[in-house]
Design a protein around this ligand. Structure first.
Ligand SMILES: Cc1cc2nc3c(=O)[nH]c(=O)nc-3n(C[C@H](O)[C@H](O)[C@H](O)COP(=O)(O)OP(=O)(O)OC[C@H]3O[C@@H](n4cnc5c(N)ncnc54)[C@H](O)[C@@H]3O)c2cc1C
Length: 239
């Protein structure tokens, strides 16, 4: 629930304590002025960090925002990458997180079944908000010898970030280009390659792009599973 009355948020934390961890910021790095990577220290034993593990911060008494774990180490710490897209409750909250900030309440929400180890080919789509998700997939895709591809739509200033954070097998697109238009998506090479017609496709990021991509896959009679999770919608607070 991105927005809820304070009393309800307080009550949820009390009735579901197993979802709450008290964490501390161990480290934070600005990849550039628009993207910040944060490492949180805490007790994460008993959690299974499958790809796409979602966490949530109560960024104000009434607002919560979701982020995705991109790395964990022996359950000692977790990391995530946040898009500082402008002044908004979540972006401001992450921007203000400092090393040694103590006693931060974090909800650990877990992973949907996005990753299917049995499917050989995997295509993952998203934008700045999906970089953490992509990094969380990478070790699983490598370890299990998948054929995989990341399609990432990015603002100009963020286009070198995928390489800097260690992603590979990716194609970068402009945010104002292909994914605005269903017909252009239909013409992408991978969507016309019969070898990829049964790929597992994971669509995240901007809701409009996700909807267009899904439509294009359906029109191209994509046979594989399509997982859809919009991360943000223009003009809407929280998702
Ligand atoms: C399951 C899940 C996992 C997510 N994982 C991540 C993650 O790992 N990293 C990450 O950065 N985000 C992630 N997000 C997206 C993030 O929660 C949203 O971007 C959220 O809206 C940010 O909150 P805010 O308070 O900064 O902006 P809001 O108050 O929610 O929105 C204010 C305005 O900004 C716009 N807006 C919101 N996000 C963006 C954006 N990224 N770019 C441009 N405009 C935007 C909204 O449309 C709205 O008009 C995830 C979302 C979900 C649902």
């Amino acid at each position: 629930m991105p927005t809820a009355p304070k009393w309800l948020n307080d009550a949820l934390e009390k009735i579901a304590p197993s979802f709450i961890r008290l964490v501390k910021v161990e480290k934070s790095v600005y990849l550039n002025p628009h993207l910040k990577k944060v490492r949180l220290k805490g007790n994460f034993t008993s959690l299974d960090f499958a790809p796409g593990f979602t966490i949530s911060f109560r960024v104000t008494p009434t607002e919560s925002r979701h982020y995705t774990v991109c790395a964990d180490d022996s359950k000692k710490y977790i990391e995530f990458i946040a898009h500082l897209h402008g002044n908004a409750a979540g972006a401001d909250y992450i921007n203000n997180l400092q090393p040694d900030d103590q006693e931060i309440k974090l909800a650990v929400l877990g992973s949907d079944k996005q990753y299917d180890p049995k499917v050989e080919k995997q295509l993952i789509f998203g934008d700045e908000t999906s970089l953490s998700l992509m990094l969380s997939f990478l070790p699983f895709l490598k370890k299990n010898n998948h054929q995989f591809m990341f399609y990432i739509e990015l603002e100009e200033e963020n286009m070198i970030i995928p390489e800097e954070i260690g992603l590979y097998n990716y194609t970068v697109f402009s945010k104002r280009d292909v994914f605005r238009n269903v017909e252009e998506i239909q013409q992408l090479t991978l969507l016309n390659d019969s070898e990829w017609s049964d790929a597992n496709v994971i669509l995240t990021g901007n809701v409009k792009s996700v909807q267009n991509f899904r439509k294009a896959l359906k029109l191209n009679n994509h046979k594989g599973r399509i997982y859809v999770k919009g991360y943000w919608l223009e003009g809407k607070k929280g998702l």
